[in-house]
Ligand binder design. Sequence first.
Ligand SMILES: Nc1ncnc2c1ncn2[C@@H]1O[C@H](COP(=O)(O)OP(=O)(O)OP(=O)(O)O)[C@@H](O)[C@H]1O
Ligand SMILES: Nc1ncnc2c1ncn2[C@@H]1O[C@H](COP(=O)(O)OP(=O)(O)OP(=O)(O)O)[C@@H](O)[C@H]1O
Ligand SMILES: [Mg+2]
Ligand SMILES: [Mg+2]
Lengths: 257, 257
Amino acid sequence: PASTVAFANQKGGVGKTTTVISLGAALVELGERVLLVDMDPQGSLGVGLGIEPHSREVTVYNLLMQDGSTFEEAVVGTAIEGLDLLPANIDLAAAELLLVQETAREQALQRVLREARYRYDRILVDCPPSLGLLTINGLTAADGVIVPLECEYFALRGMSLLMQTLERVRARLNPDLELQGIVATMVDTRTLHAREVLERVREAFGDLLYTTTINRTIRFAEAPVAGEPILTYSSESRGAGAYRELAREIRGRETVS
Amino acid sequence: PASTVAFANQKGGVGKTTTVISLGAALVELGERVLLVDMDPQGSLGVGLGIEPHSREVTVYNLLMQDGSTFEEAVVGTAIEGLDLLPANIDLAAAELLLVQETAREQALQRVLREARYRYDRILVDCPPSLGLLTINGLTAADGVIVPLECEYFALRGMSLLMQTLERVRARLNPDLELQGIVATMVDTRTLHAREVLERVREAFGDLLYTTTINRTIRFAEAPVAGEPILTYSSESRGAGAYRELAREIRGRETVS
Ligand SMILES: Nc1ncnc2c1ncn2[C@@H]1O[C@H](COP(=O)(O)OP(=O)(O)OP(=O)(O)O)[C@@H](O)[C@H]1O
Ligand SMILES: Nc1ncnc2c1ncn2[C@@H]1O[C@H](COP(=O)(O)OP(=O)(O)OP(=O)(O)O)[C@@H](O)[C@H]1O
Ligand SMILES: [Mg+2]
Ligand SMILES: [Mg+2]
């Protein structure tokens, strides 16, 4: 079955959605069949891929609530052959409240993906900027978690909380959950501040920090307006190249371990 | 009593916390007594002001849950005379789940601030990056809301959802809630993309967009490391000046209306 990876960080705006879209497209270039799953009621994954999430009748919400909808009704093809999307929209915000009362509320996404795992090589889950039930579902359904981290102080300070949450999920819900790595995003190599924060992350997390870093470039903000990943929007750009490099590094680490 | 303003945007990383800290400090410079209230379990307001929120025994959480703690026990002075903080930490995440079952759950913060409003000229509430119960509490307790908006596509797309939420809060919980304005943050005047998005915001929201815009500068990321607002960390910087200008514009609009 497909390996499932959650992208989580409760700090907002650190590049979770951009990483899921860009990495997904880069893995497809390497020949993988990839499913992207949006667990954020903002629906940014769909927006970034030119798919209007708010007009979809059936989304991940319906599958989580088990209202009889099927995976086939919810999943959407993207403009990239081999890259599918399980979209979210504002309905998902209701799931967070409704799931609280359900038994096995943390395993709702795991149930949804049980069959889908046989149709793809990899499933990437985009989490919202919080540590609530939607993110916990993403972490419980996943084999591993990758943490996009903007090199700034608030995000750095938030890491201990995130690590505690991963530990709690591992202890109570998903013993095999592995922290696969931390990817430094939006790095502005010209500033001392970014270099200092990057150094502190390297000291604290060592090899967990991917050697590939993603520099800040305006191309990332432009690509969603065109509704496509930077990999196709600006294929020769440094930003596209950085995520191709990250995809190779992630696959390289898998064969080693 | 003090006018209470919530700073809300479910899009993450758009400058909510930075705006609350910077604007708070600028209003104190103009002679106001200001209370900052953190409704985000990340506790960034405290972190940005050099106050360690995770070591506080009594925070806004205890007051929301009415466990017998007093406002005096929770409130913390900052290094700036006239600027106080009601801190939050991870305990607040529990409040979101616990409050769901309570009656009048949306008015918990309103009750907490009822007396405090007589000790300050202005109360600024920092909301988390979501439209859940903590943000709804902030909007219900407030007279007005200011929306920090990064000039990027995902944040722009999120505005319709935010406006719908404000409308719902106004209809059901707080009829006097006024959208005071939208402040463009992290503006990179060199890029066409930022100018294009800014133009779209101006078309969609007209006078609601403050004429003061906050440009992107690394000073904002450096100030939290020093545990102080940019107003004191780098008083002569463009970033500090921009928030002084915003404070004057906000007060100027109040005398007119
Ligand atoms: N390397 C980069 N350089 C410049 N801009 C970037 C980069 N990565 C992402 N961005 C931009 O930064 C903004 C935030 O990124 P994104 O929305 O992916 O973060 P997020 O963590 O998913 O946010 P949220 O917490 O709201 O879900 C977007 O406008 C995106 O286009
Ligand atoms: N005008 C600016 N120029 C450059 N950096 C900025 C600016 N405003 C804020 N920042 C930086 O951007 C990052 C995000 O800002 P901030 O944390 O205030 O946003 P937020 O909306 O409160 O995030 P969250 O959604 O996680 O609560 C911080 O590192 C901050 O220092
Ligand atoms: Mg996102
Ligand atoms: Mg914040």
